[in-house]
Write a protein that binds this ligand. Structure first.
Ligand SMILES: C[S@@+](CC[C@H](N)C(=O)[O-])C[C@H]1O[C@@H](n2cnc3c(N)ncnc32)[C@H](O)[C@@H]1O
Length: 152
């Protein structure tokens, strides 16, 4: 699993704690927060199955070791839906899921724009949006600065 913009470790750390068979990559661009996460992972005894990577998600998603390799991506407060979708899709294997929590403002996740990333809407569970990767994310995504010209 990948947690995009893990910050203080939510939602990855409680999920990892509750779900002992899972392995995690916590992506956090801010060096100070990444160092905090590294300490937290060690203190919680999860270091063998949890890596903290202090690299921007847009960059990491193009690295072969991380691209199209994960069953799930989670994100809370990472960015606007279009940015979360574009960054998250790069990490997911076909069949994998992106789960992102959103304020309940009924923002749209337009299916035809998500399809550009190989994603489809599976369901909305309360504030959690569940997307599925139904085709591999095209190589051109994520772009260097998805927020500048969001896909939707
Ligand atoms: C609002 S915080 C949310 C933190 C945590 N997920 C939570 O819910 O408490 C967003 C975090 O994402 C990180 N972040 C934002 N854009 C990023 C990017 N492109 N790549 C990696 N980390 C990013 C920020 O440094 C920040 O720690």
């Amino acid at each position: 699993m990948v947690d995009l913009g893990s910050g203080g470790g939510v939602p990855a750390l409680p999920l990892a704690e509750a779900w002992a068979e899972t392995r995690w990559v916590l992506v956090e661009a801010n060096g100070r927060r990444a160092r905090f996460l590294q300490r937290a992972v060690r203190d919680l005894g999860m270091a063998e199955r949890t890596a903290v990577v202090a690299v921007r998600a847009e960059v990491l998603g193009h690295q072969e070791a991380y691209r199209s390799r994960f069953e799930a991506v989670v994100a809370r407060g990472f960015g606007p839906p279009a940015v979360t979708a574009e960054c998250g899709a790069a990490f997911l294997m076909v069949g994998g899921r992106l789960l992102t929590s959103e304020p309940p403002d009924k923002r749209e996740w337009p299916v035809e724009r998500l399809a550009l990333l190989g994603l489809t809407v599976e369901e909305r569970r309360g504030a959690v949006m569940v997307l599925q990767q139904v085709a591999e994310c095209p190589e051109r995504f994520p772009r260097r600065a998805p927020a500048k010209r969001p896909l939707f």
